[in-house]
Design a binder for this molecule. Structure first.
Ligand SMILES: Nc1ncnc2c1ncn2[C@@H]1O[C@H](COP(=O)(O)OP(=O)(O)OP(=O)(O)O)[C@@H](O)[C@H]1O
Ligand SMILES: [Mg+2]
Length: 495
């Protein structure tokens, strides 16, 4: 093995019922490099990482770490070798504090008694190194997704790592937080850590990666040097064909106001006003903590607002809970889809039909044939990769689980659909499909509210953008006023 080689995966295969998740994959990782691992949803990226962390054993192949050959890893062996993995799904204990979470498993001092003081001091140091302001005593349960992600990273940094694997670490982060994270990653590289970085955001790949490995349908497709590769080349080898448009053209005309919100007030938001019109995509921009998700949850009746008037189709309405909201015609596809979006133990089909049970039931009869038809149609249009719509949702890849959560809401016929981070963790091809679906919904005269931290997506898809900062609306931009600077200025409170 060449000297600067840290890890070599040789001929790794892993079969799941009906899916060959890894098909004879061989990859090498050098010491001290940032190695991007890319590929569409279901390509096998997370599975490969699980082989490396010892979470699963491969059916075939071997793992050479530091010149020593292993046929499989165990979680302990992997940890002892200095491998730390930040999974796509969070592994935090919601009822513990930030500091406790960081040190679970590698508690300093006596194992029986948690040395709270030194635990907090060390955690504070790690967050300082990350330049993140966080309340160490806060319960993880109460944190937003972005902060949960930061806790995951801190947890990995609390041990001596030689190989840090990050499975879509930036997916829940805004552009500013992403910058911080990428800086942390580059610093870690300088400190001698090797990083495997999985992401669907290709601009990040070009910003930090030294090498890129591409996977498709469980196979290793190739390796690329970002310096001699264009974005189009990379997409082509990921998808296996050319994709030209990032944002499909929408030809719907904007109609009457369908939803008018005035003086919305509640925990974390103050005096929010906006109007959403038929056939329009209204973007919501802001940093994490700006109150975007909160605003939407009040609107949807998921949390109780203090004040505010909601006029829907010309009538004053009062929404007490999400059920009522959906019945009236306002749907919300939540940001934290893992927690609120889907029931992981349910088959895909059941998840999709959850929101339309009433429509599918007549007296005592349940229309299974329609349920199957609707689910399969959405499965095809969103390209949810699995042999069968009765597959348990937990067994899907991360991105495909996201798609199930979307499908569930697309099955309901709502006049206003709120998408909170619609394409997070979703690959280029499916992203395009989701945008096309949004456009179709607009063409039917529905209004879409899109909360997004993806600047390109906001500018590319919205007709207007409302910007929030610290719970208040700082501005609203029309298409002709759109620019990254204009959004960022309002999002950082400069009015
Ligand atoms: N426990 C399981 N049972 C059955 N199939 C599984 C299981 N885990 C993964 N798979 C399948 O293996 C394939 C690869 O999944 P994997 O999670 O590695 O994809 P990925 O590249 O990480 O995708 P994403 O970008 O969506 O996270 C998928 O088709 C997935 O459905
Ligand atoms: Mg994955």
């Amino acid at each position: 093995m060449p000297e600067n080689m840290l890890l070599e995966l040789r001929h790794i295969s892993k079969q799941y019922p009906g899916v060959l998740a890894l098909d004879d994959v061989s990859v090498t990782f050098k010491t001290n490099e940032i190695h991007a691992l890319v590929g569409e949803n279901g390509a096998g990226k997370s599975t490969l990482i699980k082989v490396l962390s010892g979470a699963i054993s491969p059916d075939k192949g071997e793992i050479v770490f530091d010149g020593i050959t292993h046929t499989a890893m165990t979680p302990k062996l992997s940890r002892d070798l200095g491998v730390a993995v930040i999974y796509q799904e969070f592994n935090l204990a919601p009822a513990l504090t930030v500091a406790e979470n960081v040190f679970v498993g590698s508690m300093p001092g006596n194992k029986v008694f948690i040395d709270r003081k030194s635990c907090e001091k060390k955690t504070a140091e790690i967050f300082q190194r990350m330049k993140i302001n966080i309340d160490l005593k806060a319960l993880v349960r109460d944190l937003t997704v972005a902060y949960k992600q930061m806790v995951e990273i801190a947890k990995a940094l609390s041990r001596d790592v030689r190989l840090l694997v990050m499975d879509e670490p930036t997916a829940p982060l805004t552009s500013k937080e992403t910058d911080i994270l990428l800086e942390i990653v580059e610093n870690l590289k300088k400190q001698g850590v090797t990083i495997i970085f999985i992401t669907h955001r290709l601009d990040e790949v070009f910003r930090i990666a030294d090498r890129i490995t591409i996977m498709r349908d469980g196979c290793f497709v190739g390796e690329m040097d970002p310096k001699n590769t264009t974005r189009d080349d990379l997409i082509r080898s990921m998808v296996g064909r050319q994709i030209t448009d990032t944002y499909p053209i929408r030809d719907s005309s904007i109609g009457e106001p369908i939803l008018e919100v005035t003086g919305l007030k509640g925990a974390g938001v103050e005096d929010i006003n906006f109007v959403a019109r038929e056939g329009e995509i209204l973007g919501f921009a802001g940093l994490v903590g700006a109150g975007r998700t909160e605003t939407m949850r009040f609107l949807f009746g998921a949390d109780k607002k203090k004040n505010g008037k909601i006029v829907f189709k010309g009538k004053d309405i009062e929404i007490k809970n999400p059920r009522e909201s959906v019945r009236k015609g306002i749907g919300l596809i939540p940001e934290d889809r893992k927690q609120q979006g889907v029931i992981l133990g349910f088959p895909i089909r059941w998840n999709i039909s959850l929101t339309i049970l009433e429509k599918l039931s007549k007296y005592l009869f349940f229309n299974h044939a329609d349920e199957k038809k609707i689910a399969e149609k959405l499965q095809i249009s969103l390209d949810i990769k699995t042999p069968d719509s009765m597959q348990i949702t937990r067994n899907l890849s991360g991105g495909n689980q996201q798609k199930v959560a979307l499908a569930k809401w697309l099955a309901v016929e709502c006049d206003v659909l709120i998408f909170d981070e619609p394409t997070r963790g979703i690959d280029v091809r499916a992203r395009y499909e989701i945008y096309k679906l949004m456009n179709e919904l607009c063409a039917y005269g529905k209004a879409i509210i899109m909360v997004s931290s993806d600047m390109e997506e906001l500018l590319g898809m919205s007709d207007r953008i409302v910007v929030l900062y610290e719970g208040r609306k700082t501005g609203e931009l029309k298409r002709e006023q759109f620019s990254q600077e204009a959004v960022l200025r309002l999002a950082s409170g400069v009015v």
